[in-house]
Design a protein around this ligand. Structure first.
Ligand SMILES: [Zn+2]
Length: 298
């Protein structure tokens, strides 16, 4: 993890998960906390070594790799946490993620791991989309849903902290089917990013780029391709297909070899989000036959 500077006030601790940092008038603002205690400890150590201020923390969305270090951060520093309202509901009740992945039932033990369930922490203030001010920091909070329910991007001092609204090309290739909860929102968010005027952007996973529109377009293409491929797969089944079998075949088409329940359920959520988009367009229909939930061409 290293500290990269973008302009006079804006930086990020870059690594597998990027953590934004801004300083101004002797105050410091952290954007996300990393996965766990060990990740945030590294940040705190660097902050201390370089004598950087740390006064506030914004959490962009309720995925454990972004908020897992927040409980420790708050315990050690006592600084206030800020987050969009719906995301804070999950951060304060992190069991909700394994619950929603597990069809709303109390989840099996395997899903209760640090990647799917960060430690619970109280959020002090909500941030709403639009102009915000925290101490000396004036910024715009952008509503960027699709990857999560109410993810916020932050436009501060001409730098866009985009969180997981798009992925760097390497991460995009690694994920194959990126995690989304709504395909239409994901695409609308990506389109919105293309119209943001700023000096440069850094995603949650991937490098800072001054010209990030090609990377955003690549994200758009991936989702559009996935939806298209899924539709073709359904089209090839005259009688329709069960949701589970369709998911399995879709993963096989993309040469994925899923090793655990958590990963399978994350993929299932993305596939469901693509299917929902096709249903909204009136191109497929959901129905139950022989006690199995199925989809077919409308
Ligand atoms: Zn995320």
């Amino acid at each position: 993890m290293k500290l990269q500077q973008f302009n006079e006030n804006c930086y990020a601790f870059t690594g597998a998960v990027n953590i934004g940092y801004c300083q101004k008038e002797g105050k410091g603002l952290l954007i996300d906390t990393g996965l766990d205690e060990s990740a945030i400890k590294k940040i705190l150590k660097m902050v201390k070594q370089q004598e950087l201020p740390l006064d506030y923390c914004i959490i962009t969305h309720a995925h454990a790799d972004h908020f897992g270090g927040a409980a420790y951060l708050k315990k050690v520093t006592g600084i206030p946490l800020y987050c969009p309202p719906m995301e804070s509901a999950i951060i304060e009740n992190p069991l909700l993620e394994p619950i929603y992945l597990f069809n709303g039932a109390n989840p099996i033990k395997e899903l209760r791991n640090k990647f799917l369930e960060g430690p619970s922490v109280k959020v002090d203030f909500h941030i709403e989309s639009g102009e915000n001010r925290i101490g000396p920091f004036m910024f715009q909070a952008l509503n960027l849903p699709g990857h999560s329910y109410a993810q916020a991007g932050l436009l501060i001092e001409d730098i866009l902290y985009a969180s997981d609204s798009y992925f760097g090309t390497e991460s995009l290739e690694k994920h194959v089917i990126p995690f989304i909860i709504d395909a239409d929102q994901t695409l609308a968010t990506l389109e919105k990013l293309l119209h943001i005027k700023c000096k440069g952007a850094i995603p949650g996973h991937g490098p800072y780029e001054e010209n990030f529109s090609d990377t955003v377009r690549m994200n758009q293409r991936v989702h559009e391709e996935r939806i298209h491929t899924l539709y073709q797969l359904i089209e090839s089944k005259g009688e329709g297909e069960t949701l589970e079998s369709l998911t399995t075949q879709f993963l096989a088409l993309h040469k994925l070899d899923v090793k655990n329940m958590g990963q399978w359920l994350l993929f299932r959520t993305s596939v469901t989000a693509y299917l929902t988009s096709l249903e909204r367009q009136g191109r497929i229909r959901f129905y139950v036959k022989d006690n199995e939930p199925r989809v077919a061409i409308a």
